[in-house]
Design a protein around this ligand. Structure first.
Ligand code: GTP
Ligand code: SPV
Ligand code: MN
Length: 593
């Protein structure tokens, strides 16, 4: 039932819902309150029509499998647009369409598309419901699967609607699965109108509009004008044996280890000594300077939409523990006794049915789609931090950038200062893998892991980042995090990873915190401060000579070539690219010459 029309925001919302209903012509309209009863009814309805399949009730209570359309299994970057009035405001980093053209195209697609369907109105809040850093939105969708996922991934329903009633604005997201036809699929963003329109896909980032569309593309645009940052970063807390906790935010491109780092289990020696790791978020981070000049971060999400393949009791026990009940699995395989299954689960079982619902035949491909996912409430994660619900957010001590770099890039280095750190983020690259593209080791620039997600021109985005190191006496003096770069994916001549990764990544985080506190040592090089091998605690790690040389060494000639390529990349953005960033690139290139 529609809420009362008192209050101008609810009146605006009601008017928009009526307008969308007139365009899409649903059979019924359902306002989502987020209650257990509502969820149970939707799940029952989806079980009845085959959208959800109940999994083994003994091993996985209240858990379901969804098989998406086989042509609808991932984000579609080539069909994702940022529609600003001026093309240059979207920048070379985005596909652009003029707002009028985009609206005409989308209106035609949405015309009558919900006939025979129910239209769901989902009020949601990104971030703790009482946090000044949080922002609300409303997603209208014809997919009950989207409703069930949004209920896990956001604070959805009555409390969000109450906040919208109090507040000045909300993001309008309109979504229809349409016919799931890849030829009639578009994900459009109108940042100047705080509007998202998505048609033709039911998959994750294309359809759960609170996630990448709102919390990154629209929010990054909003954050620029309001003085904060919306980033593709995990947030974790590291508690040392003295009981001090430092919070770290880290940006890695999709499928490069955010969920794994956010849920890290310390190596045995660290555990015994009393180290603990706390999870705040695994994908998105909103940060804003506090009155003390530090950056405070919240996780705008309430759940995890994590990559299933590779998740095991060995690689990520916290994730595996989280998904034992009340979880939606999308595009995984199933075992003979109806348990969810994927490659790398390493539980001694195997699938009998693959992600398409066919008998599993390893010769024909994997049981689980490589981008199969679990959706689960963050509250089910054993390492979930109570601080994740804190309205003020957590103070960030270090920002980490990283990607998949088989060569050149050492295990870790520290930027000299904020400006250098922004260049380190802007120059980030990550290699495609053979499994994904067929071409091995092709590097693409993915600044700050935001290439697919920045809602405006990267040149302006880098200027915005630089602006946090201000000399404005009217603002609190900036006390910014230190910036680091990591590479868990450096390979040896045999093609194998040189660094053990996962839990052992805590050794690198410990060094970073030591640097923040002014306690850990480093060696100065033109690319920044590197630890000497002895500056990291490597007790219990065996590295061969090649590993030591490549993880802790500095390849002068290789970096000369890399800085030339970084210069070319910055030049692609023309005169909008901030001079301070170009100067920094040239200063380092000169010191390498
Ligand atoms: P999105 O949800 O797509 O944003 O991905 P993500 O960044 O959260 O990546 P995730 O943690 O799901 O990891 C993706 C892949 O990287 C998995 O196959 C992991 O096993 C692998 N991975 C994660 N951390 C490490 C590491 O430290 N070393 C190595 N070698 N692989 C890792
Ligand atoms: C990513 O691709 O970075 C994801 C999954 O986290 S999606 O929600 O589809 O964007
Ligand atoms: Mn992601």
């Amino acid at each position: 039932m529609a809420p009362g029309s008192q209050g101008s925001q609810l009146a605006a919302l009601n008017a928009w819902v009526a307008e969308v209903a007139a365009l899409t012509r649903p059979d019924a309209i359902h306002w989502c309150d987020g209650s257990d009863a509502e969820n149970a009814a939707l799940i029952a309805q989806m079980q009845a029509d085959g959208t959800l399949i109940q999994l083994n009730e003994q091993s996985h209570p209240n858990s379901y499998l969804h098989r998406s359309h086989p042509d609808d299994v991932a984000r579609v970057e080539h069909l994702t647009f940022v529609c600003t009035a001026h093309k240059d405001d979207a920048g070379p980093n985005n596909h652009w369409m003029a707002p009028l053209d985009a609206h005409a195209k989308m209106d035609a697609l949405f015309d009558g598309c919900m006939q025979g369907r129910t239209m769901y109105v989902i009020p949601y809040c990104m971030g703790p419901i009482d946090s000044p850093l949080s922002r609300c939105g409303v997603e209208i969708t014809d997919s009950p699967y989207v409703v069930a996922n949004m209920r896990i991934m956001t604070r959805m329903g009555a409390p969000a609607l109450a906040r919208i009633e109090r507040e000045g604005s909300f993001v309008k997201g309109l979504h229809s699965i349409g016919e799931l036809d890849p030829e009639r699929r578009f994900i459009m963003h109108f940042p100047e109108e705080l509007t998202i329109q998505s048609f033709g896909s039911g998959y994750g980032g294309n359809a759960l509009l609170g996630k990448k569309c709102h919390a990154l593309r629209i929010a990054s645009h909003q954050a620029r004008s309001e003085g904060w940052l919306a980033e593709h970063m995990l947030i974790l807390g590291i508690e040392n044996p003295q009981g001090e906790t430092h919070y770290v935010a880290a940006a890695f491109p999709s499928a490069c280890g955010k969920t794994n780092l956010a849920m890290l289990i310390p190596p045995e020696g660290y555990r015994n000594a009393g180290w603990k790791v706390w999870t705040i978020g695994d994908d998105i981070c909103w940060m804003r300077p506090g009155s003390d000049g530090r950056l405070y971060a919240i996780n705008p999400e309430a759940g995890f939409f994590g990559v299933a393949p590779g998740t095991s009791a060995k690689s990520n026990p916290n994730a595996l523990a989280s998904i034992q009940h009340d979880t939606i699995f999308t595009n995984v395989g199933v075992t003979a006794d109806n348990q969810p299954w994927w490659e790398g689960l390493d539980d001694g079982q195997t699938a009998v049915t693959d992600w398409r619902g066919n008998p599993f035949d390893a010769a024909k491909g994997p049981a689980a789609h490589p981008n199969s996912r679990f959706t689960v409430s963050a509250k089910q994660c054993p390492s979930y931090s109570a601080k994740a619900e804190d309205a003020q957010g957590v103070p960030i001590s270090a920002i980490v950038f990283g990607g998949r770099r088989a060569s050149l890039v050492p295990l870790v280095f520290e930027a000299r200062d904020w400006t250098h750190g922004v260049l380190v983020g802007a120059a980030m690259g990550s290699e495609t893998t053979a499994a994904a593209t067929g071409a091995v080791g092709v590097m693409r620039r993915d600044p700050m892991a935001m290439k697919p997600f920045c809602g405006y021109n990267f040149a302006d985005y880098f200027s915005h980042w630089l602006s946090f190191d201000h000399d404005d006496a009217k603002l609190p003096k900036a006390d910014l995090p230190k910036i680091f770069h990591v590479n868990w994916f450096r390979k040896g001549d045999d093609g194998k990873f040189l660094w053990p990764g996962f839990g052992d990544n805590l050794r690198v985080l410990e060094w970073m915190i030591g640097r923040v506190k002014g306690e850990a040592a480093a060696v100065e090089t033109p690319i920044g401060h590197l630890p000497a091998e002895g500056d990291l605690n490597l007790d219990g790690v065996t590295l061969n000579e090649e590993g030591r040389a490549k993880l802790f060494g500095f390849d002068h000639a290789g970096w000369q070539a890399e800085f030339a390529s970084i210069g070319d990349y910055l030049d692609e953005y023309g005169p909008r690219m901030p001079q301070a960033l170009k100067d920094e690139q040239q200063r380092i290139a000169a010191s390498l010459a």
